[in-house]
Design a protein around this ligand. Structure first.
Ligand SMILES: CC(C)(COP(=O)(O)OP(=O)(O)OC[C@H]1O[C@@H](n2cnc3c(N)ncnc32)[C@H](O)[C@@H]1OP(=O)(O)O)[C@@H](O)C(=O)NCCC(=O)NCCS
Length: 199
């Protein structure tokens, strides 16, 4: 199955950090999920989570969503999958560098920088989400190989996981590349969540 992750803009009508904005983020992620489902023949409803917030398979389709203030993303696959988005915005405190990766992992990606930080962060979150885990498991998920500018491998739970990054509007989107290829789609909320091909 070719993965077609969909990214969708979040409505900016509601102020940042308000419940209404969070709701808008979540809405955009579900619009992205609907677009994914339409593209791969998955069900249009029945996308439920368990009591730990972990997305549950729906008629054999696995799914993952991510949403930040201005962008949301979703992906559907025929096996466990994870997606994550982050705004590439340097923070004040570089102490987080040591929290996200160890010295060996930083060397693998070519040294400490904010760009590399967000690659590692989203790669680990996507991989852990594919396992139904959260950031509590960060240190047990390790960057293993730098493949190229858009791909990394990670090692988690005794297996290697390949991830692909996609950059858009100063954001990084990362998906576990579990399919036969990846075609990123960018959606628009203006015309009923239509998507266009970015491959
Ligand atoms: C899961 C987690 C990584 C999500 O990351 P985030 O940057 O906060 O949020 P994102 O927008 O990227 O993703 C949110 C989506 O992830 C999904 N999600 C939440 N928990 C998940 C999990 N354990 N596994 C997979 N997906 C999960 C949900 O669908 C959620 O969207 P929704 O609330 O609209 O349904 C993060 O919230 C986390 O680590 N939480 C702590 C969970 C945990 O580890 N608890 C045990 C203590 S260590």
């Amino acid at each position: 199955m070719i993965l077609t992750p969909v990214i969708m803009p979040v409505s900016r009508d509601a102020p940042l950090r308000t419940p209404a904005r969070i709701q808008a983020q979540r809405y955009a992620s579900r619009q992205a999920l609907k677009a994914c489902a339409a593209g791969c023949g998955a069900p249009t409803s029945g996308w439920e989570k368990n009591d730990r917030d972990v997305p549950q398979p729906n008629e054999g389709f696995f799914w993952s969503v991510s949403h930040k203030r201005n962008w949301a993303a979703a992906v559907i696959a025929d096996c466990a999958v994870g997606i994550d988005v982050e705004h590439i915005l340097p923070r004040d405190d570089q102490a987080v560098f040591d929290e996200v990766a160890n010295q060996r992992e930083w060397e693998v990606v070519g040294g400490r920088s904010w760009d590399h930080f967000f690659r590692i962060w989203t790669a680990k979150e996507a991989t852990l989400k594919a396992h139904g885990r959260g950031i509590g498991a960060f240190s047990s998920c390790q960057v293993h190989t730098l493949v190229d500018d858009l791909h990394l491998t990670l090692r988690y739970d005794g297996a290697d996981w390949f991830v692909e990054h996609y950059y858009h509007d100063h954001h990084i989107f990362t998906v576990t590349a579990v399919g036969d290829g990846i075609r990123w789609l960018v959606g628009s909320m203006d015309d009923d969540a239509t998507v266009r091909d970015k491959s």
